[in-house]
Design a binder for this molecule. Structure first.
Ligand code: NAD
Length: 454
């Protein structure tokens, strides 16, 4: 399999894909290794993950360069991602003992009742490319901490990063037969679905996630899905500092070229502040530089997948045909690599693809609304349920709106944000199950109830 730099179209590596035989061999090794790993104390496993955490820091610059060469995001955003992954790992290290140790529920001379958290066994993680470190550590680290062995299939667009994660984990002391990388794309994923694991943890699109869920259902093991979104954001009429709201929300749309599961993908603005907001938003977007992701000061690098450019073009075309206005951008950039102009559209409606289907690119539709009720209705008009945001001076007003939205996350005066201590969870087409927070630590365990009568 050739690994191609999306910013230059150069082939930067050639890796051998796994087949059903190599995968079966890896899985058998994991099966053997898992028992010993689970037999170690939680403290011993944590001591190894601390080493991994430290190695990530030591290696940040090299890893960031590699990540950028593989996925096309600006170098500084690659560094940010690795630092962000470390923050998550730190939270897991600091909280694992509290949430994975036995819990005593009843403690009398006659009866003890307690809960224990046992590892699932050998789990399979099929993952995405947009934040390979972040979505990787969400699963890999708590799974290993809890005593599981892991078969990790990075996206075919983040293979080199997946192999680096493996190298660092081994260097940190994770035994060879406890963590394996499955290399390849869809076909490799299919092989993993043909095999039997003790749990499947998927990050990726709704389409693939739904398919995986159907395949795993027959196996009767846990299946967790972190899928896409069409995340809405509402700017209410009481916001004071329009320029800073516009800057913050534009970053929520365009960071990582809009290739974030929780990117803002729809904006609704109260009519009283609409004109000022649009002017400030455009000014902000037009101040950002597009270019080679390795160049200093570039905000928009290359899109990771070439195919997404056609999706974006189609969304723009369909919106224009139905009466939308194009304020800036709208076209692919004719140069080597996968580049698309930062695009802002207004006069959109919720019937258009740009307001309904995940764009996963640097484009946004912005719509004027009359009041909170209309905004709430439009925000909720989606099959997805990952995040929703409200910008307002009033926390009460924001909470009233957000409590009516069926999403896993609600943001007041912020957006496109993930915290290690809070559950990361989607609803409806955005998935099911939880990573991060104490729930995410326990997601890789099965609980046992102990009734101990003396
Ligand atoms: P994708 O669904 O195309 O691929 C995800 C993974 O599934 C890849 O490793 C791929 O090789 C594998 N795969 C593809 N077909 C398969 C099959 N038939 N059987 C088994 N495996 C198969 O998604 P992507 O393009 O890698 O990622 C982008 C999507 O991920 C977006 O929708 C984004 O919103 C979502 N995402 C969600 C979160 C979250 O936390 N909710 C985080 C990151 C990305």
């Amino acid at each position: 399999m050739n690994i191609v730099n999306p910013a230059t179209e150069e082939i930067i590596a050639d890796v051998k894909e796994d087949d059903s035989k190599t995968l079966a061999h890896k899985r058998n090794l994991l099966k053997m290794g898992q028992k010993n790993w689970a037999g170690r104390s939680l403290q011993q496993r944590l001591a190894i993950i601390v080493q991994f955490y430290d190695l990530l820091e030591v290696e940040t610059e090299r890893l960031a360069q590699l990540l950028t060469s593989e996925v096309g995001k600006p170098l500084q955003q690659s560094r940010n991602e690795i630092n962000g992954a470390r923050t998550r790992v730190r939270w897991m290290l600091d909280n694992a003992i509290q949430y994975l140790s036995h819990e005593i529920v009843t403690d009398t001379p006659e009866l003890k009742e307690q809960i224990s958290y046992e590892p699932l066994g050998v789990i399979c993680n099929i993952s995405a490319w947009n934040y390979p470190y972040l979505v990787g550590v969400n699963v890999i680290i708590p799974a290993l901490i809890a005593g599981n062995a892991v078969m990790y299939k990075p996206s075919e667009y983040a293979t080199l990063t997946g192999l680096e994660i493996e190298k660092l984990l081994k260097q940190a002391g994770v035994p060879d037969e406890v963590f394996k990388v499955a290399i390849g794309g869809r076909e490799t994923g299919e092989h993993l679905l043909d095999m039997n694991f003790d749990g499947y943890f998927f990050t990726g699109s709704y389409k693939t996630g739904k398919y995986i869920y159907e395949r795993v259902a027959l196996k009767m093991v846990p299946c967790q899905l972190e899928l896409g979104g069409k995340d809405p954001l509402y700017v209410a009429d009481d916001v004071k500092d329009i320029a800073s709201v516009a800057a913050g929300t534009a970053d929520g749309v365009f960071y990582n070229n809009g290739q974030s599961c929780c990117s803002v993908e729809r904006i609704y603005v109260h009519e009283k502040v609409y004109d000022d907001y649009i002017a400030a938003f455009l000014k902000e977007v037009q101040s950002w530089k597009v270019g080679l992701p390795t160049d200093e000061g570039v905000y928009f690098g290359a899109l990771t997948r070439k195919e997404q450019i056609a999706v974006l073009e189609q969304q723009v075309k369909e919106a224009l045909e139905h009466g939308a206005s194009l304020l800036t951008g709208g076209e692919r950039i004719e140069r080597k690599g996968n580049y698309f102009e930062p695009t802002v559209m207004t006069n959109v409606t919720n019937h258009m693809k740009i307001m309904q289907e995940e764009s996963f690119g640097p484009i946004i539709g912005i719509m004027k609304v009359h009041d909170d009720a209309e905004a709430t209705y439009l925000m909720q008009d989606t099959v997805y349920g990952l995040t929703a945001a409200v910008y307002s001076e009033s926390r009460e007003r924001a909470e009233t709106i957000l409590s009516q939205i069926d999403s896993g996350t609600g943001y007041w005066n912020c957006c496109d944000r993930v915290s290690a201590g809070l559950p990361w969870t989607g609803r409806r087409h955005s998935g099911m199950g939880t990573t991060l927070s104490h729930q995410g630590l326990r997601a890789f365990t099965k609980t046992k109830a102990w009734h101990l009568r003396s």
